[in-house]
Design a protein around this ligand. Structure first.
Ligand code: NAG
Ligand code: NAG
Ligand code: NAG
Ligand code: NAG
Ligand code: NAG
Ligand code: NAG
Ligand code: NAG
Ligand code: NAG
Ligand code: NAG
Ligand code: NAG
Ligand code: NAG
Length: 428
């Protein structure tokens, strides 16, 4: 009985110890990139005395200022280092360098010694990149660089022929376009280069197995190539925050595996292609802040899984084809700042705050309350411009501020006049 009551106590001590010993254990979890590091480390060696790390690799770790105990491979849940189980020496297969100090320098000798790595991560590690030894470059399956390595070139990245996951974020990538990087990566599954000021055009040729593309926050120009719609395994596409223009490809709906897509904050024009109706798994559709026009297609309200819909800040016109039950089903709906778009008062109550005007009987937006009539009234329409906390909070805040400003200005004028009249009277 005594032992059973002690067990949780020991567990607690164990947890406390493992958390204090390794701050990186908890912190690396906050990294949002799809990383394989969470996968279990190799099974413990069957022998009772595990073999030790290759001395050359131990030296390489020391040269990189990575604290090494007697046996850096000993920990099972070490998010910094993962070793294999080879004999007589174990080898490192996964390494994370994070929060590097200025004195850390990558050396070719150290990188050559670490040729066994399948996975390397640099997180907040602004060291100068060096030439990658080719054996290391060909062994890497995942490469992550977040706010690290100062600056990368497309040619440098293109040496990683066998990567399945490439994650580069908040570091400048110099290349004439993504194609330079992608050309040889025939096994690539996850391609993420974000906030990297990457310029050029979207490639016309992609390897069909790719399932995740995030190129948000770059300087990509030109059209979305029609050939991209052939990526039948693509589940996630984020091209937001670039300078893309032209229309959304008519065949966009061929991306039949797509679940999340953002084309937001570009200069795309034309209308929403009808083919999108065929993307049955779509949960997240963000087309906000473009120059899209035409009417909003009714098929959107038949998309069973849709939870997030952003069409704000475009040039859509006509009657919003959604009813209350559809609007209620969504977690986020943004349609504001489309000046020719309106909602049908019979199908959607004005209590649903959408940031667009109510339609008149011809399906045109009713004029917002003119500034003359601001002091009134019982009109329903002024509701649509009032600020209200609701699930769909992202609607235009502009008009209510304007109204407030005008009323303050008007009352100031009235006060001034009264004041002047009083002044004139008393000074007579
Ligand atoms: C790196 O620094 C950040 C911010 O200072 C901190 O939150 C994180 O825990 C650190 N990571 C490691 C592995 O020390
Ligand atoms: C992980 O390995 C590093 C390097 O050997 C070591 O400094 C750290 O304490 C280890 N963490 C755990 C939880 O064992
Ligand atoms: C990596 O790619 C090269 C050719 O690009 C190939 O010869 C080699 O077998 C690959 N290595 C692994 C471990 O997949
Ligand atoms: C990208 O360019 C902008 C200005 O052109 C700059 O402020 C920003 O720091 C650059 N980002 C990177 C990751 O270099
Ligand atoms: C395609 O991706 C899957 C995992 O999503 C992988 O198992 C498979 O080997 C890949 N095929 C090729 C040709 O790279
Ligand atoms: C798109 O932008 C390119 C320059 O990046 C320009 O040459 C082209 O005319 C633009 N196309 C459209 C349809 O605006
Ligand atoms: C696309 O990327 C932007 C910026 O990185 C991010 O804010 C947005 O949530 C992403 N969209 C999707 C659909 O994941
Ligand atoms: C929509 O925009 C396209 C391209 O800017 C233009 O050619 C077309 O006439 C516009 N359509 C409508 C209905 O405004
Ligand atoms: C896809 O979108 C849904 C709904 O907005 C969101 O909950 C989910 O996290 C997104 N998935 C990815 C991989 O961004
Ligand atoms: C709302 O619209 C959806 C999709 O168009 C439709 O299936 C549903 O019957 C409508 N609900 C009502 C109450 O009209
Ligand atoms: C608004 O909806 C009602 C009922 O569905 C319909 O009779 C009416 O024609 C619609 N008005 C407009 C402008 O679409």
């Amino acid at each position: 009985m005594a032992t059973s009551s002690l067990d949780p106590f020991f567990l607690l001590i164990f947890l406390t110890l493992s958390l204090t010993i390794s701050p990186s254990f908890t912190s690396s979890k906050s990294l949002s990139s799809p990383s394989p590091l969470s996968s279990p480390s190799p099974k413990p060696a069957p022998t009772s005395t595990p073999s030790i790390l290759d001395p050359k690799q131990l030296k390489a770790l020391q040269s990189l200022n990575i604290p090494t105990g007697k046996n850096p491979c000993s920990s099972l849940h070490n998010s910094t280092i993962t070793c294999d189980n080879s004999t007589p020496f174990r080898h490192i297969v996964s390494l994370t360098l994070s929060n590097c100090t200025d004195d850390v320098a990558l050396s070719l000798t150290a990188m050559k010694a670490l040729y066994t790595l399948n996975n390397i991560q640099f997180v907040n590690c602004p060291v100068t990149p060096i030439r990658l030894p080719s054996q290391l470059a060909l062994n890497l399956k995942t490469f992550t660089c977040v706010n690290s390595l100062k600056k990368l070139s497309g040619v440098w990245l293109s040496k990683l022929h066998n990567v399945t996951e490439l994650t580069v974020s908040n570091v400048k990538v110099v290349a004439t376009g993504p194609y330079v990087i992608l050309n040889n990566m025939i096994h690539l599954n996850t391609f993420m280069i974000t906030n990297a000021n990457l310029s050029g055009y979207l490639p016309k040729h992609w390897h069909s197995n790719i399932s995740y593309i995030d190129l948000s926050g770059n300087k990509l120009r030109g059209r979305i190539p029609t050939s991209m719609t052939e990526l039948e395994n693509l589940e996630y596409l984020n091209l937001s925050g670039n300078m893309l223009n032209g229309t959304i490809p008519v065949s966009f709906g061929d991306l039949s595996s797509l679940k999340n897509v953002s084309l937001a904050s570009n200069s795309l024009s034309g209308s929403i292609p009808d083919s999108i109706a065929a993307i049955s798994e779509l949960v997240h559709l963000d087309l906000g802040s473009n120059e899209l026009n035409g009417t909003i297609p009714k098929f959107i309200s038949n998309m069973k899984r849709l939870k997030y819909l952003n069409l704000e800040k475009n040039n859509f016109r006509g009657v919003l084809p959604f009813n209350a039950s559809f609007v209620k089903k969504l977690i986020v709906l943004k349609v504001g700042e489309n000046s020719n778009l309106c909602y049908n008062h019979s199908t959607l109550s004005s209590k649903v705050k959408l940031g667009i005007a109510r339609c008149d009987k011809h399906g045109l937006p009713m004029a917002p309350p003119a500034s003359k009539e601001i002091s009134s009234d019982d009109s329903d329409d002024s509701d649509d411009y009032s600020d209200d906390e609701s699930v769909h909070k992202e609607h235009s805040h502009g008009p209510s501020k304007v109204v407030l400003g005008i009323s303050i200005a008007l009352s100031s004028i009235v006060f001034l006049i009264i004041f002047l009249i009083l002044l004139a009277k008393c000074c007579k």
